[in-house]
Design a protein around this ligand. Structure first.
Ligand SMILES: NC(=O)c1ccc[n+]([C@@H]2O[C@H](COP(=O)([O-])OP(=O)(O)OC[C@H]3O[C@@H](n4cnc5c(N)ncnc54)[C@H](O)[C@@H]3O)[C@@H](O)[C@H]2O)c1
Length: 252
């Protein structure tokens, strides 16, 4: 797909779509810096990629909430591979689920530090990475930033307020702003917003017009298309990939 010798950074790369993206990018000949907080699993996955033909993988422990660690990840990618062509912000999730908060608690009863985590990982992390990698992309005069939104960013969620708040910030404000700033440096920014994706079996319970959840590969294939020569005119927009859930209206 034309990714040989190009470099991607993938966050949340120890599992789910961040990992699958790294595997597919490397299989296409690209090099990838994989970032996650789960060091043992991350390093195992890096080794698996490097045991196969294709591009090289490197792993770095990076909490996307920590700007110093984000800059260290950017510097490592440039030192190892010489450029940053694609920044993919996969790290994220609903704070209530990720931090195992009692599901019966209502919005004001959930401790504020739970929401801090949700806003920081889902919104501040991609903002930090955009700020850090834009310096490199501006110098290169090329680059692509992929944010990962969610159907929940369009729907809201009264039971998990941090997540839709953060995701809608990515889908609209951050993605459009980065595209506006980046244009004169040939840097694009696109948000890809999935509906339910089978990185967890429970996602099969979420309704869509097509009556199923997405295979993770369907999401990664869209991102690879956006990054490929054929996807170069896609910029500054949010693309829903949700089996029609956003269009369900009263069929919901
Ligand atoms: N799975 C779905 O149905 C779905 C739907 C819409 C959007 N999304 C979004 O897609 C993205 C990937 O989802 P997934 O289900 O593949 O994820 P996942 O839960 O399988 O993986 C998330 C990864 O992020 C890492 N992580 C957590 N906190 C981190 C931090 N502070 N810094 C760095 N890494 C951290 C975890 O260790 C984990 O490896 C997320 O942003 C999610 O919100 C998922």
């Amino acid at each position: 797909m034309g990714f040989a010798g190009k470099t991607a950074i993938s966050t949340g790369a120890a599992s789910g779509m961040g990992l699958l993206f790294a595997q597919c990018w490397a299989a296409e000949g690209g090099n990838v810096l994989m970032c996650d907080v789960n060091e043992p699993v991350l390093m195992e996955k890096v080794a698996e990629i490097n045991a196969k033909d294709g591009g090289r993988a490197c792993g770095i422990v990076c909490d996307v909430r920590d700007y110093g660690q984000v800059c260290a990840a950017r510097d490592r990618a440039v030192a190892e591979f010489g450029s940053i062509d694609l920044m993919a912000n996969f790290a994220g999730g609903t704070a209530r689920r990720m931090l195992k908060v009692d599901g019966s608690l209502e919005f004001p009863d959930v401790p504020i530090d739970v929401y801090d985590w949700g806003i920081d990982v889902n919104l501040k992390g991609p903002f930090y990475f955009a700020h850090a990698v834009m310096k490199q992309m501006r110098e290169q005069k090329s680059g692509l930033i992929i944010n990962i939104g969610s159907i929940t960013g369009a729907e809201g969620d009264g039971a998990g307020t941090d997540y839709p708040t953060a995701k809608s910030g990515l889908m609209y404000g951050l993605t459009k702003s980065l595209a506006q700033y980046g244009a004169k440096y040939n840097v694009r920014c696109v948000c890809v917003s999935p509906g339910p994706v089978l990185t967890r079996p429970a996602m099969a319970n979420m309704k869509t017009l097509l009556g199923r959840a997405a295979d993770p590969q369907e999401i990664i294939d869209l991102i690879l298309f956006i990054a490929s020569d054929k996807g170069q005119f896609i910029n500054g927009t949010n693309i829903m990939i949700d089996g029609g859930r956003d269009a369900m209206g009263r069929w919901h």
